[in-house]
Design a protein around this ligand. Structure first.
Ligand code: ATP
Ligand code: UDP
Ligand code: MG
Length: 456
């Protein structure tokens, strides 16, 4: 974080600075956790599900915190800033630091692909200058301001991922981020419990455009989405650019060829010219991710060559459809990071493009609300339609998928049994076998991948 004074912080968060000494101290970071706080940090007390941060003021003092942000008075020798709500103060401070550093800023939301697109955009922009990007999954009302607080003066670009599990959350974070360009990668059945319906998801995601400036901000719209017209309707006063992997748009792909490794090559067509692209990530859905990344990056100053070089060399993102060669003939498609209907179908598309026997290993897709079983059945039907040979499931909901798959569908109640069944088929190796392993975070399907990798 850029160094700032306590009095500046107090002003930004509409707080009252209470200090025993007149000297205005400088802070070099903000921490919400005394377990990881650094001596030059300001400690901001949050009320969480397990603890009240105000109870850790003594620990913050002992670890050398410079000052505090509190929402109620606590006995302390440190200077503190009193605010009505510390979560709001965190947001205001993140926004103020962002405004002070003033990097060119990209905002990303969507049901699937936010992290992948963020990594693509960051890879492209790193050819132009210093980039700050969201880390891990810090994409909610706390994670977004914490990310903005990591900005340093030398950052020329900020690439910010925004997620949500309730209406209004992205409007809030986007207004802190104030992106120069923003997009909704896609909308699919995910987090339905929080949004009620697929349209509810599309509506919640559209809040990202509220943070754009009307005159200069650019909204990038997925022309392949069923919600394209809906989003366009909300963008009457903004600059808009569309992207598509299947038809002409402002930014689009031509001549897509999927290689043997599942990675695509294609011609990227943009308003400023065209260039040949060779992707380092597999799957047709990553063509779509690459197109939106190109549009976002070009708007904040990348060249076509930056786009090409960034997309060619970027490393895979762990747990997102990572193709691992287990033996000469057996491949694992590790897509265990998370799952919703859209991302499972995208992964099935890739699996279906491989030669040999194709096995889908599915764990539960979480947070789908009342229609959860229906969505699992849909996935089972889609796998059948795409010529997948076997569907093995683990978890209560996913059984609906193996049930509709009929003959070659099988449900397991224990991981060990499933792994044994898979191992029987892969040994002795007779032909190519590709195994896609996928499920929601809570399904922890990475344990299946680990067990397969560790099998003798
Ligand atoms: P989360 O909200 O769970 O953090 P995310 O939106 O950040 O997810 P990623 O982590 O990039 O998305 O990818 C999650 C899953 O979605 C992976 O399985 C990935 O392969 C798949 N995926 C990525 N991009 C797309 C896309 N454009 N369409 C469908 N599925 C996608
Ligand atoms: N907290 C802290 N020190 C501790 C435990 C918790 O500063 O030893 C903070 C924590 O970082 C968070 C707040 O107290 O900002 C509320 O904690 P929460 O209920 O979210 O618990 P957590 O999941 O962080 O353990
Ligand atoms: Mg993510």
């Amino acid at each position: 974080m850029i160094p700032v004074s306590l009095s500046w912080v107090a002003e930004q968060v509409n707080g009252q600075l209470i200090a025993q000494h007149k000297q205005d101290l400088i802070i070099k970071g903000v921490s919400t956790d005394t377990r990881s706080i650094l001596p030059t940090d300001l400690f901001l007390a949050l009320q969480g599900p397990n603890f009240d941060g105000h109870k850790f003021v003594k620990q913050a003092e002992d670890k050398g915190a410079v000052g505090l942000i509190l929402s109620r008075k606590v006995e302390t020798r440190l200077p503190y800033i009193l605010v009505a709500d510390t979560t709001i103060a965190l947001g205001l401070l993140g926004a103020a630091v962002k405004a002070k550093v003033a990097p060119k800023t990209v905002g990303i939301t969507g049901s699937s692909g936010k992290t992948t697109v963020r990594e693509m955009v960051a890879a492209i922009l790193s050819h132009r200058g210093k980039v700050l990007a969201t880390k891990g999954n810090l994409n909610n009302d706390l994670g977004v301001p914490m990310t903005l607080l990591r900005l340093e003066q030398q950052h020329e670009f900020a690439v910010i991922e925004m997620g949500a599990n309730h209406l209004g959350e992205i409007a809030y974070t986007s207004n802190l981020v104030k992106p120069d360009v923003a997009t909704i990668v896609n909308a699919a059945a995910a987090h339905l419990e929080g949004f009620g319906s697929l349209l509810g998801v599309a509506r919640a995601k559209s809040e990202i455009f509220k943070g754009l400036s009307e005159k200069e901000g650019l909204a990038v719209v997925n022309a392949d989405s069923q919600f394209a017209d809906y989003w366009m309707g909300k963008l009457k006063y903004n600059n808009v650019q569309t992207f598509s992997a299947s038809k002409q748009a402002d930014v689009y792909s031509e001549n897509i060829i999927l290689g043997l490794d599942g990675c695509a090559q294609f011609e990227l067509v943009t308003p400023i010219g065209r260039i040949a692209i060779s992707l380092s990530l597999p799957g047709a859905h990553n063509v779509s991710n690459a197109l939106v990344s190109a549009s976002l990056a070009l708007h904040v100053g990348a060249t076509l060559e930056d786009v090409r070089d960034g997309l060619r060399t970027m490393p895979h993102v762990a747990g997102r459809l990572h193709v691992k060669q287990l033996t000469n003939q057996v491949k694992i498609l590790d897509d265990t990071y998370n799952a919703n209907v859209g991302s499972v179908n995208a992964a099935i598309d890739l699996l279906s493009s491989f030669a040999g026997i194709k096995i889908l290993v599915l764990g539960d897709m979480a947070e789908l609300g009342e229609k959860a079983r229906y969505y699992h059945e849909k996935v089972g039907e889609y796998a059948k339609l795409k010529g997948i040979d076997k569907l093995y499931t683990l978890g209560v909901l996913s059984q609906s998928a193996s049930d509709v798959f009929t003959d070659n569908g099988r449900h397991f109640s224990r991981l060990e049994q499933m792994v044994e069944c898979i191992n029987q088929q892969t040994m002795p190796e007779k032909c190519d076998i590709s195994i896609l392993v996928k499920g929601s975070r809570s399904a922890r399907m990475e344990l299946v991948v680990k067990a397969l990798e560790e099998s003798p």
